[in-house]
Design a protein around this ligand. Structure first.
Ligand code: ZN
Length: 270
């Protein structure tokens, strides 16, 4: 049976040159709050957290703050949105993140007792980043010492993708689908909701036109940005191809979306 899912936008980012980004001239941080009767509340992605919005330059660094220009509204954070939905943040027992970039891991500290599921390669990268990985991770976002639960490469097939279904403590309706490329252990997350399958692709792509050729193309700035932040561009391109093929084959039955596209967010909230 499908799970009840709430779509949350947990950060507003208006980067320099946003007019060349997309039609909305901003980026969201698309997160999911999943009601899983057997596991409590499950957060997929965390966006930016309370400490990030209250002191962005210190938490996120001056370069990110100056270029990406994150918003400072506390009501945007996942923890405040969980409260506004009438839930107790302490009931968020599990968090699964697509990767640990600073705009995805910011809210971890607002749920200090949750188990945090992440690909083992991503956790390893965050602990011992290569020189070119150093600017993407901020150790202060996990200084509280999360209860990490790592997963590895997929063993089960999900719509042609190798998936991991046996995530510790999570129901079988929540799967991780390793898609490295954007970062070392980047993974998508599939959730069987009460309205059908959802596939949160994280930063595997940045604009809806990448997977759905019927949409207007992205602005030139977004392509530059996507290339600049990709660890392995060849794998990113291959992920684009596989996800576009999935969209063509099963887009009618799977809600496929990425972390930062406002158009996808608004469509899935409708
Ligand atoms: Zn991101």
């Amino acid at each position: 049976m499908g799970l009840a899912v709430h779509h949350l936008d947990c950060a507003t980012m208006c980067p320099v040159g946003a007019r060349w980004l997309n039609e909305s001239r901003r980026m969201v941080a698309h997160c999911l709050l999943v009601e899983a009767p057997s596991a409590g509340l499950v957060l997929v992605e965390t966006g930016l957290g309370l400490d990030d919005v209250s002191d962005a330059p210190r938490r996120l660094g001056r370069a990110f703050t100056t270029i990406v220009r994150p918003g400072t509204d506390r009501a945007r954070t996942a923890v405040e949105q969980v409260r506004s939905l009438g839930f107790d943040p302490a009931d968020v027992r599990h968090i699964i993140v697509t990767h640990l970039d600073l705009d995805h891991a910011g809210g971890l500290g607002d749920f200090p007792d949750a188990t945090v599921h992440v690909h083992g390669d991503e956790l390893a990268a965050s602990r011992r980043p290569l020189l070119r990985e150093r600017s993407r991770y901020r150790a202060n976002q996990w200084a509280h010492g999360p209860n990490w639960a790592t997963f590895g490469s997929g063993g089960e097939e999900w719509y042609g993708f190798p998936a991991v279904r046996d995530l510790v403590g999570l129901p079988p309706q929540i799967l991780a689908i390793p898609l490295p490329g954007h970062s070392r252990g980047h993974s998508a997350v599939a959730v069987e909701s009460d309205r059908g399958w959802l596939l949160h692709c994280g930063d595997a792509y940045f604009h809806e036109s990448t997977v759905d050729s019927s949409r207007a193309p992205a602005g030139p700035m977004l392509r530059l940005f996507e290339n600049a932040v990709a660890l392995d561009r060849a794998r990113v391109r291959d992920n684009h191809r596989r996800l576009a093929e999935l969209h063509a084959r099963a887009g009618g039955e799977i809600g496929i979306f990425s972390a930062h596209d406002p158009a996808e967010f608004e469509r899935l909230c409708a």
